[in-house]
Design a protein around this ligand. Structure first.
Ligand code: PAF
Length: 280
């Protein structure tokens, strides 16, 4: 496995793979890797000839400076995990490599970015699109792998690929959970023991919502989720939305004729956790 820091080094490595007719698979990450990331690497390895993983904490997608500062940075451990997982190339650039000058591009994702994370974290998805498009330009992957925990992010990246007409297939991969149900996230490492003990209630409540969906209406379901989460002194509901899985727009009723995704964001102290599940 090679670890490179510059686009120039990356370019020197990659034509090798391509010229041998290998497809290049790409897993973009911000590091602090966990089994969720490694499941993306495994899938990528299975489906592609060469696997590239980037580790870059992208400042332009953080709308909260404190969140950026405390984001875990564990490059050495990440490299070891990636080596063991059979990754071929780790791309770990610094900020100047990705942004030699400020990225002033403004994307327009329409209604997709007006809800949930986009609504609560202004500029977040613009920053995601800036960095992912730059990383795609550097890596030139055939396929790129994203986890479904960031359900809205996958939709935004797909839309970005469509708008920029990039020849990349976006592969959506299932959420990986801790044995107690908590969706894996780099931010879990920042939870205090009390908040960590409380956090599985998020997934438990989502699964309970799935069980209830046929017997209650939407306001009742929303109230059930709010009450269940806020009953914990360690958790505070930010939002719970039932959205159309394709458009990400909130449904008016649980009887709406579309596949529905239940999406949630919860504060555990200062740490904000998100999760989602297919409802119907
Ligand atoms: O999901 C993430 O970790 C990040 O948003 C991504 C896609 C690596 C872009 O920085």
């Amino acid at each position: 496995m090679k670890v490179v820091k510059t686009i120039k080094e990356l370019r020197q490595l990659l034509p090798e793979g391509k010229s041998k007719g290998k497809t290049v698979g790409f897993v973009p990450t911000m590091g602090a890797l966990h089994r969720g990331h490694l499941s993306l690497v495994q899938r990528c390895k299975k489906e592609c000839g060469a696997t590239v993983v980037s580790v870059f904490v992208n400042p332009t997608q953080f709308n909260d400076k404190a969140d950026l500062e405390r984001y875990p940075r564990t490059l050495e451990a990440d490299v070891q995990l990636l080596q063991a997982a059979g990754c071929d190339v780790v791309f770990a650039p610094d900020e100047r490599e990705i942004y030699p000058s400020p990225d002033t591009r403004v994307f327009d994702f329409g209604l997709l970015e007006k809800v949930m994370e986009g609504e609560r974290r202004p500029g977040h998805f613009n920053g995601v699109a800036q960095v992912v498009s730059r990383l795609f330009d550097a890596v030139k992957p055939d396929c790129a792998y994203f986890g479904e925990k960031d359900f809205q992010q996958v939709a935004i990246v797909r839309e970005m690929v469509r708008q920029l007409e990039l020849p990349v297939e976006i592969v959506r991969c299932p959420i990986v959970r801790e044995p107690d149900g908590l969706a894996m996230s780099s931010r879990n490492a920042l939870l205090t023991p009390e908040k960590r003990a409380a956090a599985p209630l998020i997934a438990k409540t989502l699964f309970a919502a799935v069980d209830k969906v046929c017997s209650v209406d939407l306001p009742t379901l929303k109230q059930f989720v709010a009450d269940a989460i806020n009953a914990s002194e360690h958790l505070r509901l930010d939002y719970f939305e039932v959205v159309c899985a394709r458009t990400l727009q909130p449904v008016a009723s649980l009887n709406d004729d579309c596949s529905k995704q239940a999406c949630i964001a919860v504060y555990a102290g200062e740490i904000r956790l998100i999760d989602n599940v297919r409802l119907t």
